[in-house]
Design a protein around this ligand. Sequence first.
Ligand SMILES: Nc1nc2c(c(=O)[nH]1)N[C@H]1C(S)=C(S)[C@@H](COP(=O)(O)O)O[C@H]1N2
Ligand SMILES: [Mo]
Length: 314
Amino acid sequence: MLIKEKNLILNSEITDKKIFTQRRQIIKAAAAISVASLLPSTSHAAAKKYAQVPLGPYSSNIKTSRYEDVANYTNYYEFTTNKTDSTVLAKNLKTSPWKVTVEGEAEKVGIFDLEDILKNNPLEERIYRFRCVEAWSMVVPWIGFSLGDMLKQFKPNSKAKFVEFTTLYDPESMPGQKAKSLDWPYVEALRIDEAMHPLAFLATGMYDDDLPNQNGAPLRLVIPWKYGFKSIKAIVKIRFTETMPVTAWNKMAAKEYGFYANVNPEVPHPRWSQSRERVLGASIFTSKRKTEKFNGYGDQVASLYSSMDLKKYY
Ligand SMILES: Nc1nc2c(c(=O)[nH]1)N[C@H]1C(S)=C(S)[C@@H](COP(=O)(O)O)O[C@H]1N2
Ligand SMILES: [Mo]
């Protein structure tokens, strides 16, 4: 069940799930052969954990980035401010068991095992564009579930106007937290109607496997129409609030990192243009891609902001 989003897809980018899966199976088979040739004949390549997870109806029908590019070029200040070393530095983060505290304006508050949350939220795959505020981008096949469907299970009350997310604070396992690169812990938030939008997603995996630690295991937000810093990693707390939460990047530099942070090529960052983006993995000779308003998801999300002046910096 695919929704073809005509305006945001270039023909050359279209692959349907079948071709995508076949291609991956061919790649998987090829990998199995090359590994098999080195191993005793009893070995076989294990199928990826989430290979059978269905592609959800809100998935974008576009070609994905290479796994290697997505997994080895990350922003994760809890470990380091450089893009490559989190792959190694985050290796030993203990992501299981994992608990999520739910607080604030809701009926069902408490401390929940991620395992139990997963039992109530069937997994699906969503291929989404992802655009960092630093003007690079990628396309990721996430595995996870609808944020809104999960939030409703906690029965937010009528005072719940915003929802706030907090990352684990543990400087022993997250050595970047010993530096003052941000005022820890990392906090992000959404207006409740943004959080309830069907595109808002919580990821537990990518590329048919668990999330690598450096990409935010075991639970991260994915908000495809907003700059990447909204998509907070390693979430340990969810809090429903009546007033707009103070978020980490906004507190650090409000003029550079707005609360809304909707992708908008017409509104430059104070220090650089947002009109184009460097696609991860593209050669340096490839011209940059034009950034789309709401990262290409305007048809679905623009109505959330009908009362706001989108030329303004939020
Ligand atoms: N806790 C936490 N979440 C975070 C970040 C971070 O440093 N810490 N970086 C953000 C930024 S700036 C981006 S662009 C994305 C990057 O996601 P990726 O590393 O999986 O590509 O994660 C976001 N979530
Ligand atoms: Mo980012």
